[in-house]
Design a protein around this ligand. Structure first.
Ligand SMILES: [Ca+2]
Ligand SMILES: [Ca+2]
Ligand SMILES: [Ca+2]
Length: 284
C-alpha cells in the first residue's frame, strides 16, 4: 500500500488502519490510519497521536472507467463493468450486465438496461437510478442491499417499465432521505401493495405533479403520469350540508368511470378542498 498518499510530512508508525467509508466523496473507499506518537516532536502536545486519511485509489485495477472532478458521462457495454463518477454531476450508463456503478459526490444519474447489476450507489447528493429500454421490471426486494443512496427512480425509458417497492426497501434506499421520487410516463407503473400507505394530496416539483403517499417518516411521490398500483388508505373527508341549505347546492361530485359494463374508478371531488379521492375498482 503506497503510503505516499497519506496527508502528512513525517515518517510515522502505523498501529491501526480502519475502513473509513468514502470520506472525500469520490466514490472510492478510504482508510483511516491511526499513528500514536506521531506528534512526538510537537512542543505543544508531546506524544499525542494523529489520524491520517489514506484516500482510496484503484489498488486492484478493477475500475473500468473513472470520472474526473468535473461532470462526466461514462458509457458501458453489455459486459460487466465498474464505473466511478467521482466529483461532479455524472452520468453512468452501465449498458447492462453485472455492472458496479458508483456515482460519488454530486447529483448523479445511473442508467441500467437490465437488473443484473451488482451494485448501484449514488453516494452523496440527490441521485437518480434510471431504467433504460422497455418492459423492464425492477423489484427492489430482488436486489435488496445492492441499491444504495438513490433518491429518484426514473421509469421513462423507451417503453413501459415497472417498479415494485416495499416500505422497508424504500427507507433503506438512501442514507440521507426517506423520500423516494418516481418519475415516468404513460404505461409505466409503480406497485406497492399491502404497505399501509396513506394517500396525501399532490405536490409539484420542477413542473411535474406527483401523487404523494406516506407511512411514518417514509414518503413515496409518484408522477401522476405513472400508473400507481398502491393499496392506500385515504384521509377522512366529510361532505356536509346546512340544514337550511337552498336546493341545488353542490357539496361534492361523484364520478363513476367505467370501461364497458365494468366500473373502473370512482372519484370523489370536493370543490372546496384540496382532495380528489380516486378509488381504483381493482382495489375496492
Ligand atoms: Ca465526475
Ligand atoms: Ca455493462
Ligand atoms: Ca452522487
Amino acid at each position: 500500500m503506497p503510503l505516499d498518499n497519506v496527508a502528512g510530512e513525517r515518517d510515522i508508525t502505523v498501529f491501526e488502519a480502519k475502513a473509513a467509508g468514502d470520506v472525500n466523496g469520490d466514490g472510492l473507499a478510504d482508510i483511516i490510519i491511526g499513528a500514536p506518537f506521531a506528534n512526538a516532536d510537537d512542543a505543544v502536545n508531546d506524544n499525542a497521536g494523529k489520524s491520517y486519511i489514506l484516500f482510496g485509489t484503484d489498488y486492484t485495477n478493477s475500475i473500468t472507467q473513472q470520472g474526473s472532478e468535473a461532470a462526466d458521462t461514462l458509457t458501458g457495454t453489455t459486459a460487466a463493468e465498474s464505473f466511478i463518477g467521482g466529483f461532479g454531476d455524472d452520468i453512468l450508463m452501465g449498458g447492462g450486465g453485472a455492472d458496479v456503478l458508483y456515482g460519488g459526490a454530486g447529483d448523479d444519474r445511473m442508467v441500467i438496461s437490465d437488473s443484473s447489476f451488482q451494485r448501484i450507489d449514488g453516494g452523496a447528493g440527490t441521485d437518480t437510478l434510471a431504467l433504460d429500454g422497455s418492459d423492464l421490471t425492477l423489484d427492489i426486494a430482488d436486489v435488496r442491499g445492492l441499491v444504495r443512496n438513490v433518491e429518484h427512480i426514473e421509469l421513462t425509458g423507451s417503453g413501459d417499465n415497472t417498479l415494485d417497492v416495499k416500505l422497508r426497501d424504500l427507507v433503506n434506499l438512501s442514507d440521507t432521505s426517506n423520500r423516494l421520487i418516481v418519475t415516468g410516463n404513460a404505461g409505466d407503473q409503480v406497485i406497492s401493495i399491502d404497505q399501509d400507505w396513506t394517500r396525501g394530496g399532490t405536490e409539484v416539483i420542477d413542473g411535474t405533479t406527483f401523487n404523494t403517499y406516506t407511512n411514518g417518516a417514509a414518503e413515496l411521490l409518484i408522477d401522476t403520469q405513472v400508473t400507481a398500483v398502491i393499496s392506500a388508505t385515504f384521509p377522512d373527508q366529510s361532505f356536509s350540508l346546512e340544514e337550511n341549505s337552498a336546493a341545488g347546492i353542490v357539496i361534492g361530485e361523484i364520478d363513476v368511470e367505467s370501461v364497458g359494463n365494468t366500473i373502473d374508478n370512482v372519484v370523489f371531488t370536493d370543490p372546496n378542498g384540496p382532495f380528489t379521492t380516486e378509488f381504483d375498482a381493482n382495489l375496492l
